[in-house]
Design a protein. Sequence first.
Length: 225
Amino acid sequence: MILDNLTKIRYCIRAAAQKSGRDPDRIGLVVVTKYATTQQIREVIASGLVSDIGESRVQTAETKRCELGELAGRIRWRLIGHLQTNKARKATQVFDAVDSIDSLHVAQALENALAPEGKTLSILVQVKLTQRETQGGVAPEALEDLLQKLPAYPHLQVRGLMTIAPQASSPEDVRPHFRRMRGWFDRFFTNRPEAQLSMGMSSDYKVAVEEGATMVRCGAVVFDE
């Protein structure tokens, strides 16, 4: 089931990319394993169709990595949920990337954890497109200022932007939000071919690809029968 679902998602990503004149091989898939069992994650890794896993909580990811053993090292682990500063040090040990940076406070906590080890960490800046108080992200009007200040943290490698689209009854309803994100991405990451624009989830990833996503995050469509 999981292999079939991943194959279908990859096909849909390719179709959406070709529809918009983009190279489908440059679009990554992050499988969100928030509700997945260890056995299901093993199947995802064994498929060979995925290079990244996304988790929302530091402790949960650490537990799953321990259960997977050496298999966990065959895939990149990305933190896609809000990071509490008191868990910054552990996050640098568990994750290969943090895709949810939304303040200098969080950036400083990660820098403090990385500097003594001489390590670097890839990060994405999360942009908030909703009015939900529980939704993380920097406000669009504060994005430029945050991006200008992040180079002061040399152990953080700013790779691009991430967002979670507002809830909508139809994927088409979120298309304008994805276009806004693509505009900011093009503005701040021009001539950065390695930069990432992470947007689109199970319900709207096809539209996100059409609008410029270089990385989509899918969970439900991977594990649902």
